[in-house]
Design a protein around this ligand. Structure first.
Ligand code: DX5
Ligand code: ZN
Length: 221
């Protein structure tokens, strides 16, 4: 995997041909599959669960699967997703009763662990767990739907998290999710992100490779 990771959100994929569409976006150069789990409780939308993750593995998808849990409660789904083939599991700290325990549960189940921050969620949830996270995900839209616009003050929040990661000395990935496009990915990277979720920007276009190549060209500038 390169220094910058492109993680297409399959929320915008063709659900009727999901295996093919995921294989196609990986062939086009994506690094990671971003898997948005919504429960119609923590967020006002409903998507897919561990069975679909398992089905993608059975279909032959071998790329890392980045499971973004937008669910409440959190813990019961962690072993289920680990068994289903998740590589990374992230959750929203305010949706967990015991953040440290949820992070430990993810690790015990053999996955990498991360916290997700909504646009208005404060960063203090990181204070006592910087040594326990492999990834930090900043939402640049309010969670629940694809196709929304990037919220500009995420850039400032990214810079704050980048400073905290650098100060920790740990190789924590900094992921951004929501409204990422070819025309803003460079400034998002400049603010400190190194992992980019993009749903509608990629899946709305006929040629996924063209979009991913254009994103990489922006990142190389
Ligand atoms: C939103 C999801 C995102 C979403 C991003 O709650 O977490 O992953 O699919 O979609 P775009 O890239 O279209 O903003
Ligand atoms: Zn997501």
């Amino acid at each position: 995997m390169s220094q910058f990771l492109i993680a297409p959100s399959i929320l915008s994929a063709d659900f009727a041909r999901l295996g093919d569409d995921v294989a196609r976006v990986l062939d086009a150069g994506a690094d990671v599959v971003h898997f948005d789990v919504m429960d119609n409780h923590y967020v006002p939308n409903l998507t897919f669960g561990p069975m679909v993750c398992q089905a993608l593995r059975a279909y032959g998808i071998t790329a890392p699967i980045d499971v973004h849990l937008m669910v409440k409660p959190v813990d019961s789904l962690i072993p289920e997703f680990a068994k289903a083939g998740a590589s990374i599991i992230t959750f929203h700290p305010e949706a967990s009763e015991h953040i440290d325990r949820s992070l430990a549960l993810i690790k015990e189940n053999g996955c990498e662990a991360g916290l997700v921050f909504n646009p208005a969620t404060p960063l203090h949830y990181l204070d006592y767990v910087m040594d326990k996270v492999d990834q930090i995900l900043l939402m640049s839209v309010n969670p629940g739907f694809g196709g929304q616009s990037f919220i500009p003050n995420t850039l400032d929040k990214l810079r704050q998290v980048r400073e905290r990661i650098d100060a920790s000395g740990r190789p924590i990935r900094l992921e951004v999710d929501g409204g990422v496009k070819v025309d803003n990915i460079a400034e998002i990277a400049a603010a400190g992100a190194d992992m980019f979720v993009a749903g509608s920007a990629i899946f709305s276009q006929p040629d996924y490779k063209q979009v991913i190549d254009a994103m990489r060209a922006e990142l190389a500038k």
